[in-house]
Design a protein around this ligand. Structure first.
Ligand code: NAG
Ligand code: NAG
Ligand code: NAG
Ligand code: NAG
Ligand code: NAG
Ligand code: NAG
Length: 477
């Protein structure tokens, strides 16, 4: 009996060994220590460890990962940490950095050394060009360009033409700058675009100017529209006239903001006061990573402006990441909350896109490495491993992860709008799936809301009786 089971064991082991790849993998993680970052080492470590343990229990158990965590803030530390390694200390895989400026230099050096880099950050559009210096970068979180697909698809669907982009610039990490850059890059071909910057040192100081640029154009369009009708000037001619006008650049069907929540509230309040939150204009706010405050209305501050803000927010839509969950995700979340608590990062319990992304990064690498070795290449062949991580779909911790043929994750996003004007409650009204570019319409969705109406549009032939000022630029005709 004993002999029999031993034999079984040997046969089982042989079978197991023959298909199982054995390899030691040295991973270097480059992330900040400071827990004010949503992707700090303390938050991400448990997720990477979780992935490592899951892999050790599965069919890829032969891959043994040893992970080095090196703290680096968002500046140049990450590059120095990598450059200081002796050649024999160079890792097989780099996870991170997230911050754009830190990531850029690390990815360049890693690409030069043939080391794959996987990040749940480096979201700027510049990293999409994988033809040379970022060739070995794979992104496991959807980039800003992917997010911008939500706007491009909506705009096409609803026929929007022009957009005013508003962003906050801190001149350091520049998250909003890169976010808006992504929108700009994607809408550039088919839209008139104007841009306003708010300096992060005193963002509220810019509100008046922004509101003015939105409302000025309103008047001009009214005037031109009326003039065109009275004088039987064709719309085409009128449009030509407007194109020569610098104010033209301020026209906007869509106003898309990425800025501090207080600035969003102020802009919305002022726009509402000046009756700019009407049906001929759409306000969007991009809040990708932390939309927790949008559920019951981020308009609320407990000050005397709450009611006004609530009314104004009826016209605000928020674009955020779609968070999908599956049963396994619950286990993961619970585990993360325990671990993150223990590691002394109080209040860091929420799982965010970065934590998920780094977890999935290790799985993706393991899948690609297994195939690479089976194909007869070594773990040192970063190009081959990277190639195998691209253009594939796999099961991540929160659901299916689809990496496009350029090595960038396809993203799913939600549009959140106010659905109860009394209580000021917001809910998700539609979801956008980046993989196939389609929308899922949810019960709270109201197409009226996204269909532009109202007078001051050149293409709109329907007459308006509102009195208007004489055309500001009539002389140009
Ligand atoms: C962490 O970052 C925050 C915000 O950038 C900053 O105020 C704080 O001083 C930093 N803490 C440390 C220990 O560097
Ligand atoms: C997310 O937003 C909520 C509400 O505004 C805030 O309390 C929380 O600290 C934020 N979390 C992070 C990680 O920034
Ligand atoms: C490892 O690679 C081989 C060869 O491509 C494949 O047959 C096997 O299914 C892979 N294992 C896993 C767990 O993906
Ligand atoms: C790496 O893999 C590629 C195929 O993707 C192959 O052409 C190349 O020769 C390999 N490099 C090394 C050093 O093995
Ligand atoms: C991506 O994979 C599909 C099959 O899954 C294949 O048909 C397609 O050619 C691949 N695209 C690229 C660019 O490799
Ligand atoms: C697009 O993808 C989503 C999620 O993968 C799926 O639920 C939806 O049915 C797809 N839509 C179309 C039109 O293929």
């Amino acid at each position: 009996m004993l002999r029999f089971s031993c034999l079984c064991l040997v046969i089982w082991a042989l079978q197991f060994c023959s298909s199982q790849v054995k390899e030691d993998v040295d991973v270097l993680v480059l992330l900040p220590r400071n827990n004010s970052y949503m992707f700090s080492i303390a938050r991400v470590t448990p997720a990477i460890e979780y992935a490592r343990q899951q892999l050790a229990r599965g069919p890829l158990a032969g891959l043994s990962f040893s992970v080095r965590y090196v703290t680096s803030e968002c500046g140049v530390d990450a590059l120095y940490a990598l450059a200081d390694l002796a050649p024999h200390e160079r890792p097989s895989l780099i996870l991170g950095p997230v911050c754009e400026y830190a990531a850029a230099s690390v990815i360049r050096l890693a690409t030069h050394w043939q080391i794959p880099v996987i990040s749940a950050g480096a979201l700027a559009s510049g990293f999409s060009d994988k033809s040379s210096e970022y060739a070995l970068l794979t992104r496991t979180a959807p980039s800003y360009i992917k997010m911008a697909g939500t706007f491009a698809t909506m705009s096409k669907e609803f026929g929007w033409k022009s957009v005013h982009l508003i962003y906050l610039d801190d001149k350091e990490e520049r998250n909003c700058y890169f976010t808006i850059e992504g929108v700009h890059a994607l809408l550039d071909d088919h839209h008139d675009i104007s841009v306003s910057m708010m300096d992060s040192r005193e963002p509220l100081a810019y509100v008046d100017e922004i509101i003015k640029s939105i409302s000025d154009h309103e008047e001009l369009l009214y005037a031109c529209n009326k003039f065109a009708k009275q004088h039987r000037v064709t719309c085409a001619l009128m449009t030509l006239c407007l194109q020569n006008d610098p104010v033209k650049s301020d026209t906007a069907d869509m106003i898309i903001m990425c800025t501090h929540t207080d600035a969003v509230r102020e802009i919305m309040r002022m726009a509402h006061r000046q009756r700019l939150t009407t049906s001929n204009r759409l306000f969007f706010n991009i809040e990708l990573f932390n939309s927790s405050s949008y559920g019951d209305g981020s308009w609320r501050r407990g000050d005397k402006y709450d009611n006004e803000a609530k009314a104004a927010y009826a016209s605000l839509n928020t674009v955020t990441l779609l968070r999908s969950t599956k049963p396994e995700f619950e286990t993961f979340s619970q585990e993360m909350r325990k671990k993150i608590g223990v590691d002394g990062c109080e209040g860091c319990g929420n799982i965010n896109m970065f934590i998920e992304g780094f977890h999935d990064a290790l799985l993706l690498y393991a899948l690609a490495l297994n195939e690479t070795i089976h194909s007869g290449y070594s773990k040192k062949n970063g190009t081959e491993i990277t190639r195998r991580m691209w253009n594939r779909t796999f099961e991540g911790i929160a659901g299916q992860v689809s990496i496009d043929a350029n090595g960038d994750r396809n993203g799913d996003f939600s549009v959140i709008s106010m659905t109860n004007l009394e209580t000021g409650m917001h809910e998700t009204v539609m979801n956008y799936f980046g993989t196939n570019g389609s929308f899922q319409i949810l019960p709270g969705f109201n197409s009226e809301r996204f269909t532009l109406r109202g007078a001051p549009r050149l293409s709109n032939q329907e007459n308006t009786d509102q009195s208007c000022k004489l055309p500001v630029k009539a002389s140009c005709i």
